[in-house]
Design a protein around this ligand. Structure first.
Ligand code: NAD
Length: 328
């Protein structure tokens, strides 16, 4: 039987990759995908060009905060994979209202209508940032949520609301918390595409503070693999961390990007004032998803980064119009 999946935020970076994969040759075949996306500055219809004419694809432009639309769509679907969010930390520092509206109110609208419509499975895509910052070791899923930015606080709230619908109403909610994603079609305000596109244009790259902040990098293919494992084999009411296994300081990452783009540190790097409340290090413990669902990141970082740089080199038409919309 065909499973009808509603994908919120499917015109963004990760959501569009999820949809392209789901409907691609490696996808399960027995699913339809309807994207619900407001097309904010981060949503890009071009991300869905590859599947636009696919017989099992549909696109609805709309807001996850719109109860009427959400109610109608829930009645027509079996499962939900929820990516839609305001996703950029720096923007949340400039103003958090839209983050609370979309991430908190929007998630509430979705789970509430999912419950009323009898949705079978609701996968809520969250982030490792909800745990806060950790100097040593890694967070298991049971660690307390101690978010620091308006973005991560709104995401943590959305996790709690989504999980409350499992505990209160029995809705099959599954939460994923992934580390920093990278890959093609990534909006050029985020560090990797921002640095690559600046370097390809012969411009400087802005390095925050002392460059010592550490992130774990996860290729979008591996993230999508993890989400599919959780959607198809995960358990109701459970949280699953998803990591990539490549921990780098921003300084180390910058070095690799300069090398890949043939640029020089002294000419290309500009130290800028640190982000307010900048989390020092994120690190998720992925034992649960590995042992329970067989997740294993497959993309080696050097290969993934080289492919990503090559994609930006070859796809100026995609990113050049977006540079003006980027925050930095
Ligand atoms: P993105 O900013 O590229 O895409 C977000 C999408 O949501 C856009 O297409 C946008 O138009 C849509 N959207 C925003 N507000 C909406 C609304 N009110 N109604 C309907 N659609 C709306 O984000 P992304 O990087 O693809 O992230 C997807 C999800 O993954 C987010 O929930 C984010 O918190 C989470 N996440 C991302 C990363 C990462 O490294 N990119 C890491 C951890 C978690």
């Amino acid at each position: 039987m065909t499973t009808r999946i509603l994908v919120t935020g499917g015109a963004g970076f990760i959501g569009s990759h999820y949809v392209r994969t789901l409907l691609g040759p490696q996808g399960p075949g027995d699913v339809t995908a309807t994207v619900l996306d407001k097309l904010t500055y981060a949503g890009n219809p071009a991300n869905l060009d590859e599947v636009r004419d696919h017989p099992r694809f549909a696109f609805v432009r709309g807001d996850i905060c719109d109860p009427e639309l959400v109610g109608k769509l829930m009645a027509e679907h079996d499962e939900v994979v929820h990516f839609a969010a305001e996703s950029h930390v720096d923007r949340s520092i400039d103003g958090g209202a839209e983050f609370v509206r979309t991430n908190v109110m929007g998630t509430h609208t979705l789970v509430d209508h999912a419950h009323r419509a009898g949705i079978q499975t609701f996968v809520h895509i969250s982030t490792d940032e909800v745990y806060g910052s950790i100097d040593e070791g890694s967070w298991p899923e049971t660690d307390p949520l101690q978010p620091n930015s308006p973005y991560s606080s709104a995401k943590a709230s959305s996790d709690l609301i989504a999980l409350s619908y499992h505990r209160t109403h029995g809705l099959d909610v599954r939460v994923t918390r992934c580390s920093n994603n990278y890959g093609h079609h990534h909006f050029p305000e985020k560090v990797i595409p921002l640095f690559i596109t600046n370097l390809l244009d012969g411009r400087k790259v802005p390095l925050y503070g002392d460059g010592g902040n550490v992130r774990d990098w996860l290729h979008i293919d591996d993230h999508v693999q993890g989400i599919e494992l959780v959607r198809t084999k995960g358990r109701a009411g459970e949280v699953y961390n998803i990591g990539g296994g490549t921990e780098l300081s921003n300084k180390e990452l910058t070095r690799l990007l300069l090398e890949a783009c043939g640029a020089d540190w002294d000419e290309s790097v500009e130290y800028v004032q640190d982000r307010k409340g900048h989390d020092r290090r994120y690190s998720v413990d992925c034992t649960k998803i590995r042992t329970e669902l067989g997740y294993e990141p497959r993309k080696d970082f050097a290969t993934g980064l080289a492919e990503t740089v090559a994609w930006y080199r070859d796809n100026r038409d995609w990113w050049e119009p977006l540079k003006g919309r980027a925050a930095l």
